[in-house]
Design a protein around this ligand. Sequence first.
Ligand SMILES: Nc1ncnc2c1ncn2[C@@H]1O[C@H](COP(=O)(O)OP(=O)(O)OP(=O)(O)O)[C@@H](O)[C@H]1O
Length: 261
Amino acid sequence: MTAPLLVARDLRCSFTSGGRHVAALDGVSLTIAPGETLGLVGGSGCGKSTLARVLTRLIAPEGGSVTFMSDDWLALGGNRLRAARRHMQMVFQDPLAAFNPRATVGGVIADALRIHAVVPGAVRSKEVARLIDRVGLPSALLGRSIRDISGGQRQRVAIARAIAVRPRLIILDEAVSALDVSVRGRILDLLVGLQRETGVAYLFISHDLAVVRAVSQRIAVMAAGRIVEEGPAAGVIAAPSSSVLVDLIGAVPRLNGIPPS
Ligand SMILES: Nc1ncnc2c1ncn2[C@@H]1O[C@H](COP(=O)(O)OP(=O)(O)OP(=O)(O)O)[C@@H](O)[C@H]1O
């Protein structure tokens, strides 16, 4: 059996605000294999984004461990962390918040290539052009400000920036949730195609089970800071064991046997 790419064990993270204590992660464990998509689904406030932020080390958990590419990920520092970071990229719901709004499309991708020294400087522009074409954007967009393109185009730029550094894992947190249905479908197709070509793994986080189902081989269902069920996508949806998943299935007419209106 191939070694897992990422193993999270018993992650715990809580917040106190307004005198209220919330266990956002209450002992979360999960495994992601190389090249697979694990879909993480759950209702609002169940801890999905906190998990993404802990895995990407934006926040430190109070307990638990993460092994990523065989390293003790939460303990890595210095040059080893910088080198390993390249392999775990993140795409957020609102890419504008993740970019310097004054940056150009080409600049965003070139910076990622430069920071991680992915290709020699002499061929960087050529690689930027290849990436922008691969994510389905015209090269005319390269000089445009990131502020002056559509939300769907911006999300394609975010994906181009993530794949530019040839990561092993991309964590997508509600990455297509703000897009209209047809744009969303095309971006999901792009993600599936890129995975086939590069073998990248995805942790695909969404409150929308239909979207998660469209791209995931396995699904983990989260409620109140815990993973309440997990397994192969088709099997989990065919025989849900948690009330959360039953509710999420009920919210998707197609999965519920009722044709969409
Ligand atoms: N910085 C913070 N300070 C205080 N509470 C927080 C903070 N971040 C998250 N929480 C709380 O932790 C819980 C989990 O939040 P989280 O954002 O991880 O959930 P989520 O599943 O991503 O929700 P959504 O789908 O609505 O974004 C919620 O109760 C939230 O209010």
